[in-house]
Design a protein around this ligand. Sequence first.
Ligand code: Z5A
Length: 216
Amino acid sequence: MAGLFITFEGMEGAGKTTLIQKLAAHFSASGRDVLITREPGGSGLGKKLRTIILNAEEKISSSAELFLFLADRAEHIEDVIKPALEQGKIVLCDRFTDSTVAYQGYGRGMDRALLETLNGVAAGGLVPDLTVVLDLEPEVGLSRAKKRNAEQNLTVEEGRFEAEALIFHRKIRQGFLEMAQSGGRFFVVDAMQDAEAVFEQVKRKIENMPETEKQR
Ligand code: Z5A
């Protein structure tokens, strides 16, 4: 596929949305076609699934939760990501397969090898060209998210994961860092830095990727 597929992972409130918006503005201004998308909720079906998955009042088992994320992903790839990559776009995706391993594996304690297999099925073998992991103390991420929700008057309709104890969020952080130790497509950034510093670092990384150079 001709495009570039970049995923963004990390704790809640790590700054993924902020970073993705800055990158999209930068690459659009330099003439690239950019698509911003997210999981869950990147497709038409996904939007409906998102309201079910993240609603804290809806009790669902860990397995049901997992299969909803996987259904969201399968549809997202077929309906949104693959067509965009085929059109040569830079696809900036807020969360992808690594969130499943971090949250359902490290967080909920589900078998990680099984999750890798199921991720492979749902993603149809699609692997990101680059995965940016925004790393920060969970306390900081949660307090940033809380502050943003208060400032933007957001209701807590999507609170399933916010409601988890701090220890859950610590396991998620550990999960992302352990996965990133494999190197390869992972790029870990210190998300305690200010948003501009984070943006500059990731922008440089993307501009220096062989895939980006090829497309110039
Ligand atoms: N999940 C799962 O369990 N399994 C899966 O397979 C998948 C997902 C795909 C989706 O959450 C939940 O689904 C997620 C994992 C689970 N749950 N959690 N937790 P979501 O999509 O609703 O939200 P999120 O992905 O967790 O992110 P977020 O809360 O929207 O945060 P963010 O996008 O990373 O941060 P932000 O909105 O850019 O920034 C937050 C605030 O901090 C905001 O006011 C910014 O202005 C500020 N900010 C941003 N950067 C900085 C810096 N560098 N310094 C200071 N302040 C900053």
